[in-house]
Write a protein that binds this ligand. Structure first.
Ligand code: SF4
Length: 427
C-alpha cells in the first residue's frame, strides 16, 4: 500500500496526484516510507497547503523520485497522542514564506482516505478532539468566573486559553477533569528559536499564544487548584504552559502554593513543565511536594540544545541535574522530546539519549511532534546536511529494548499511572 501524493490549488482545495506515490523526509532528504508505517490520519488531524512549495513523490511508472508540478505541497498536522515518523517532503521555492509553528508530517491519499506515517504513542484520551464539548466548556467558564470573580488567572484561563486559543488543558479544566493548567511566569531565561509564546519582532512568524502579562499570587493559584484536585477524575495541576515563560523563575510562588495546597488536600499530582534550568529551585519544590517534572528539549546533545534554546545564565548540565534531583527524591521525571526525523534519530543523538537515561534514571519520554517549519529550523541550526539516521520507529524500539522500564507517552501521567503505568484508567 503506497498512498498517492497530495497537492493543493492554493485556494484550500486538495487533490491526489495518481502519477506519484507519497514519500517522507528525514532532515533535508526525501525518502520512501515503509508501507507498515502508514496509518489513517487520526481524528482531530488536519491538512495544510504549503505555499511556494512543491511536493516530492515516486513516479508510479518509472520509480524515479520527482516533483509534483500540479500545485502546492500538502502536509498533515497530526493530533496529540500520535508521533510523526517522517516530515512532509517538498522543494521550497525562493519566495516561499516561513511556515507557522505547527508540525508538518508527510501525508498521502489511498482508498478514499488520508494517511500519515505515525504511531499512537499514548493511550490517554485527554486531548481527543471528539471528547471536547464546547457547551460544557462555556458552562464551566461561566461557573468558574462567578465562583472566582477576582481571580486573574481563572479569567486568563477562561478568556484567553479556553475561548481564544482553545487550549485542550484549559478546556479540560473548565470541563472539571484531568490536567489543569497553572501558567505563572511572564518571563523566560531561554530564547528558543521556535518559542510558542514569544517571537522577536524581526521574525516573520508569530507565536501561537501571547505570553502571560502578570505574576499570579499563591492565593490565586491555590483558590482554583485545590477544588480541581479534590473533585476532578485523575487530577493533575501543571505549571509550565504554552502561554507563559519559564515557571522556575517563579519558584518561590510555586513553593508557597504547593505548601498551601497540600494543607487542604493530598489528592492528585502536582507537575511542572519546564526548561529545567534551575536544579536548586527544583529541589526546593521536591522538598514541599512536587510530584513530577517534564523538561523540554529539542536534543540531548548540549551543542544542538544550546543552539536552539539560546539560554540566559544556565547550561545544558543544569537541566540534566534537574532530572537527577527529581529522581533522587523519588519523583517522576519526563522529557518533552521534540521529535524531528533526521535529527532525533541520528546515531549521535541515540547515543546521547542512552547516556542521559542512564545518568538521570529517567521515568518517561514524551515523544512530541516538533511544531516548527523544518527548513527554517535546519537553517537556523546551521544544519546543511543530515547523515544516516536510524528511523524514528527503530530509535524507539532500540531504547525500549535497552530500558524496558522507561515509559513512552505524550502526556504527564496522573498519580494513578505513576504508581502503575498500565493501570486501566479508562476515563
Ligand atoms: S523555554 Fe519555553 S517560554 Fe522559554 S523561550 Fe523556550 S519555548 Fe519559550
Amino acid at each position: 500500500m503506497s498512498p498517492y501524493v497530495l497537492y493543493s490549488d492554493g485556494k484550500g482545495n486538495i487533490f491526489e496526484d495518481t502519477s506519484l506515490y507519497a514519500v517522507g523526509r528525514y532532515g533535508w532528504d526525501a525518502v520512501p516510507v515503509h508501507e507498515s508505517e502508514w496509518i489513517e490520519l487520526p481524528d482531530g488531524g488536519s491538512l495544510y497547503e504549503l505555499p511556494g512549495r512543491q511536493g516530492i513523490g515516486i513516479d508510479v511508472e518509472s520509480g524515479e523520485m520527482r516533483l509534483c508540478e500540479k500545485g502546492w505541497a500538502v502536509a498533515a498536522f497530526i493530533p496529540p497522542a500520535h508521533t510523526g515518523l517522517y516530515l512532509a517532503a517538498y522543494e521550497t521555492g525562493p519566495d516561499a514564506p516561513t511556515l507557522p509553528l505547527f508540525c508538518y508530517t508527510a501525508t498521502g491519499w489511498h482508498n478514499d482516505k488520508f494517511y500519515v506515517p505515525a504511531v499512537r504513542i499514548e493511550r490517554d484520551i485527554r486531548q481527543e478532539c471528539s471528547g471536547f464539548d464546547a457547551g460544557k466548556v462555556q458552562e464551566g467558564v461561566k461557573h468558574m468566573l462567578e465562583a472566582y470573580p477576582h481571580n486573574r488567572l481563572v479569567k486568563h484561563l477562561a478568556e484567553n486559553c479556553a475561548l481564544t486559543y482553545h487550549c485542550p488543558a484549559a478546556r479540560n479544566y473548565f470541563m472539571g477533569r484531568w490536567e489543569c493548567p497553572v501558567p505563572s511566569s511572564p518571563a523566560c531565561n531561554a530564547n528558543c528559536i521556535g518559542c510558542i509564546s514569544f517571537q522577536p519582532a524581526e521574525e516573520t512568524i508569530v507565536s501561537t499564544q501571547d505570553r502571560l502579562t502578570f505574576k499570579p499570587t499563591a492565593a490565586e493559584i491555590v483558590e482554583y487548584t485545590v477544588p480541581h484536585l479534590e473533585t476532578a477524575p485523575y487530577p493533575i495541576i501543571s505549571w509550565g504552559q504554552g502561554c507563559e515563560g519559564e515557571p522556575l523563575l517563579m519558584w518561590e510562588t510555586i513553593r508557597d502554593s504547593i505548601i498551601e495546597i497540600r494543607k487542604h488536600t493530598d489528592k492528585g499530582s502536582i507537575n511542572i513543565n519546564t526548561n529545567g534550568s534551575r536544579p536548586a529551585a527544583v529541589e526546593e519544590l521536591m522538598k514541599v511536594g512536587l510530584n513530577s517534572i517534564r523538561v523540554s528539549m529539542n536534543s540531548v546533545q548540549p551543542d544542538i540544545y544550546t543552539k536552539y534554546y539560546q539560554p540566559n545564565n544556565y547550561v545544558f548540565d543544569d537541566i540534566v541535574e534537574s532530572l537527577r534531583v527529581v529522581n533522587r527524591y523519588g519523583g517522576w521525571s519526563s522529557i518533552n522530546y521534540f521529535v524531528f526525523p533526521g535529527m532525533t534519530d541520528s546515531v549521535e543523538e541515540y547515543e546521547a539519549l542512552r547516556a542521559l537515561i542512564k545518568d538521570t534514571g529517567l521515568s518517561m519520554i514524551q515523544w512530541r511532534n516538533f511544531n516548527i517549519d523544518p527548513d527554517w529550523y535546519l537553517g537556523k541550526m546551521g544544519v546543511t546536511e543530515t547523515g544516516d539516521c536510524l528511523g524514528v520507529v527503530q530509535l524507539m524500539e532500540l531504547i525500549h529494548a535497552e530500558f524496558p522500564n522507561l515509559k513512552y507517552g505524550y502526556f504527564n501521567p496522573p498519580a494513578e499511572r505513576m504508581k502503575n503505568f498500565d493501570v486501566d484508567f479508562a476515563h
